[in-house]
Ligand binder design. Structure first.
Ligand SMILES: *[C@@H]1O[C@H](CO)[C@@H](O)[C@H](O)[C@H]1NC(C)=O
Ligand SMILES: *[C@@H]1O[C@H](CO)[C@@H](O)[C@H](O)[C@H]1NC(C)=O
Ligand SMILES: *[C@@H]1O[C@H](CO)[C@@H](O)[C@H](O)[C@H]1NC(C)=O
Length: 512
């Protein structure tokens, strides 16, 4: 069976009792740093609302439980014990007990209503051994006590099921599942921890992570791959609220785009699926490694309050003759309050692009190979406002930074800030603001379109000789309240005529 549910009680063997004596909660951090890597947890009282946080353990740590571990009472959604590490041995002495004293919370409603209950124990161990931990909630059962989250080959858990009787099935569906076969995904979505491990998604099928339960964590582990079909996709779709989407170290979501690449992207040739689309609220995405999408890579549409970090999009393999095209990196559309931190894109189209949305922050983005960072209205009245891009690098892109409105369209672009942006090897425009954008190539007179409160500070670096350093071509009524300071883009010898530069803007527009 490829989808594995973990549940149950672990029952103890013997534990050595020498080592760091962790008998007071204040000593947890010291214990984790203890040089002898042998922690004895003895009659510990975990204070109200606190987690016994045994994450970040040094590898090769041995943890022994002895006596009774108890917990203060609080209605909250935390976890009472978190255990995480590599090559960890967890043992217990006969007679020890991890005692949740669950009766303080039990109301017959479990996780469906009534009191908020903490989860009991959450284990994420790699290459580790646990031997028979006993835990008790004394008698009856309510949901959310036990989550085990394992993705290693060699975790060895000697578990004994105890006292759950007819409730076992309920438990199984409430907890984490490791999915390595696409057919197991639907069942896993009943739970709130889904680990996708070395998943092969069939051709023409979307990896359907839509309508996830609130609070679901999805982990990508190993290599996620997709069958070949010429279609629109997306290959991965995520929707829901309060989600936590995580790429585990070493994982890769591999689109194997070369099967589709024909140099034409979305303009012709074979139909190419979009890689990933998310439509999520109050959620985070961290550490995803996406490689070689067939075309457009990642887009967040109609999202609210989303935090994205360490997104790594690598389409290096699509460069030049390899024929990757329109491999747009990160797109944000019709979204509010989206933060993107510490991310990287190597591709063949826009690195980051937004055409509609507000309160977007990009910090520490690195772009290589593509068409730069683009802030532009989708038109039809779409507004892009309060967007800040800072501390970012744009390397060997066609454009450095671009603000654009499509010719003949309506909408607005306002309150845009670029701060501390470094350009190098840009091949066409270092900075461009244009009001006559057309996908087929900008042309004709710029359309009147508000482009207001535009701050550029410390945008610097070089473009190639045949490129233009800075170019503005907008309708004379468009630009209002621009503040550009410390702009130093050099190297471009191609001179062009700027139009619509707001009066008083002290910038060497269109010149060498
Ligand atoms: C795992 O930890 C044990 C001690 O608990 C140690 O003897 C062993 O060498 C470690 N194995 C690896 C692969 O680090
Ligand atoms: C914006 O989203 C973040 C989550 O990324 C959240 O913590 C924050 O409260 C949101 N801000 C507002 C004003 O809603
Ligand atoms: C920027 O992001 C990269 C990952 O892309 C990370 O390695 C680096 O530490 C980040 N820099 C800062 C200052 O946070």
């Amino acid at each position: 069976m490829c989808s594995t549910f973990f549940f149950g009680t672990l029952v103890i063997l013997a534990a050595d009792t020498s080592g760091f004596d962790l008998n007071k909660f204040d000593l947890v951090n010291a214990a984790k740093k203890s040089p002898d890597k042998n922690i004895v947890i003895k009659n510990l009282l975990v204070p109200t609302g606190k987690t016994l946080d045994l994450t970040g353990l040094q590898s090769n740590t041995v943890i022994g439980f002895t006596g009774r571990v108890t917990f203060g009472y609080q209605e909250w959604e935390g976890t009472l014990i978190e255990l995480k590490g590599k090559n960890i041995t967890v043992l217990g002495k006969p007679g020890h007990l991890l005692d949740g004293e669950g009766q303080r919370w039990w109301d017959g409603l479990g996780g469906i209503g009534g009191k908020k209950e903490p989860k009991f124990i959450r284990v994420s161990l790699v290459d580790s051994t646990t031997k028979g931990i006993i835990y008790s909630d004394r008698g009856s059962w309510s949901s959310s006590h036990f989550t085990v989250d394992i993705f290693s080959r060699t975790v060895n858990m000697e578990t004994t099921l105890k006292a759950f009787g007819g409730l076992l099935l309920v438990i199984a569906s409430a907890y984490g599942a490791v999915v390595s076969n696409y057919n197991d995904l639907a069942a896993a979505k009943q739970g709130t921890l889904i680990t996708l491990k070395d998943l092969q998604v069939p051709a023409g099928v979307t990896l359907d992570l839509t309508k996830l339960k609130p609070g679901t964590k999805v982990e990508f582990a190993g290599r996620t791959t997709f069958g070949y079909k010429e279609w629109a996709g997306p290959l991965v779709k995520v929707s829901g609220k309060n989600l936590n989407i995580v790429g585990l170290p070493g994982h890769v979501m591999d689109g194997e785009g070369k099967r589709w690449w024909d140099g034409q992207g979305g303009n012709g040739g074979v139909a190419k699926p979009r890689f990933m689309e998310v439509n999520i609220d109050d959620s985070s995405i961290a550490g995803l490694n996406i490689k070689n999408p067939p075309a457009w890579c990642f887009v967040a549409n109609y999202c609210k309050n989303v935090h994205i970090s360490n997104l790594n999009i690598d389409v290096k393999d699509g460069a030049g003759k390899a024929g990757g095209h329109n491999t747009d990196g990160i797109g944000v559309g019709h979204s509010k309050n989206v933060t993107i931190l510490n991310s990287k894109v190597y591709n063949q189209d826009d690195c980051f692009v937004t055409g509609a949305g507000s309160d977007i922050l990009i910090d520490n983005l690195s772009c290589t190979g593509g068409h730069g960072i683009s802030i532009g209205s989708l038109g039809r009245g779409a507004v892009v406002e309060r967007v800040t891009i800072k501390n970012s690098k744009i390397i060997k892109n066609m454009v450095g930074v671009r603000i654009k409105s499509t010719r003949g369209e309506t909408g607005a672009i306002r309150d845009i800030t670029f701060d501390n942006i470094e350009l190098s090897g840009i091949t066409k425009y270092g900075i461009i603001v244009e009001g006559n954008y057309l996908n087929s190539g900008s042309a004709g007179d710029a359309t009147p379109f508000p482009i207001e409160n535009i701050v550029f500070n410390n945008v610097r670096g070089s473009v190639v000789r045949k490129a233009t350093n800075i170019y503005v071509n907008i309708h004379p009524t468009s630009g209002k309240n621009w503040r550009w300071t410390n702009i130093k883009v050099t190297g471009g010898q191609r001179e062009v005529k700027c139009v619509g530069v707001p009066a008083g803007l002290n910038v060497n527009c269109g010149k060498k």
